[in-house]
Design a binder for this molecule. Structure first.
Ligand code: SF4
Ligand code: SF4
Length: 236
């Protein structure tokens, strides 16, 4: 077979002759007779060697391997122990995102609609998982630790629209004893008390408020104290 002419791109963009394959033959190390004899079957050595090694195939999705504890998975919007949302709608996470994957619209809390401690809450919160690169810069930027990342990595979906997660998809599930927002803050507290961890759960005033304005709220079932609780046999 005729030697192919090797060409290279010269400075300035011109393609010029650089020699033939025969010119490079002297540069290739000479093989010994054993190496030459085994060369045609050398590839089988890799195959046969692997036949006696332990199988490392992961049976995903039937068997899921736990991630490392600090794995960057799906985001979560956290709540305070009384159920108010930690997000204050400041948009710092959206500004920090290098992939422009977060969209936030803040709104004012009102006496009838208090979703988070303080003046503002995140009315609209979206993360586009077609853009997110899971870098974690957004959670570093969040001033209230409202935004964190879970270990969940199964984020495939059949539609593009379905990969845009809305606030209700990202909110942390209600833990036992939490009362979902909106409801007033714990009486006598300010937002800084929430930041310091002084609020440990809903108080009767908050439970009564929800019972008055959202009597159908399912979380009330476990929070309502039975009328006869704590009373002795005589009803005292
Ligand atoms: S993890 Fe990175 S890319 Fe994903 S939303 Fe946060 S800042 Fe943006
Ligand atoms: S998640 Fe954090 S940074 Fe993003 S809008 Fe809410 S409070 Fe601000």
């Amino acid at each position: 077979m005729a030697d192919k002419e090797l060409r290279r791109r010269e400075p300035g963009g011109e393609v010029g002759a650089h020699g033939t394959a025969a010119d490079y033959e002297p540069l290739i190390a000479e093989r010994g007779p054993i190496a030459r004899a085994l060369a045609p079957v050398a590839g089988f050595g890799v195959t046969i060697g692997n036949m006696f090694k332990p199988t490392v195939t992961e049976e995903y999705p039937f068997e899921k391997t736990p991630t490392k504890p600090r794995y960057h998975g799906r985001h979560q919007l956290n709540r305070y122990p009384d159920g108010l949302e930690k997000c204050i709608g400041c948009e710092l996470c959206a500004w920090a995102c290098p992939a422009d994957a977060i969209y936030v619209e803040g709104a004012d809390n009102t006496p009838d609609g208090q979703f988070s401690p303080g003046e503002r809450y995140g009315r609209v919160y979206q993360i586009n998982y077609l853009r997110c690169i899971f870098c974690g810069l957004c959670i570093e930027a969040c001033p209230t630790r409202a935004l964190t990342m879970t270990n969940e990595y199964e984020l495939a979906g059949p539609t593009r629209a379905g990969m845009i997660f809305e606030k209700q998809d990202l909110l942390a599930p209600l833990a036992d004893g939490m009362l979902p927002a909106p409801h007033p803050m714990v009486p006598g507290t300010e937002d800084t008390d929430y930041y310091r961890g002084a609020v440990t759960g809903p108080v009767p005033e908050q439970i009564d408020w929800v019972a008055q304005y959202r009597p159908e709220e399912p979380a009330l079932e476990q929070l309502r104290v039975p009328a006869d609780s704590g009373r002795d046999e005589d009803g005292r």
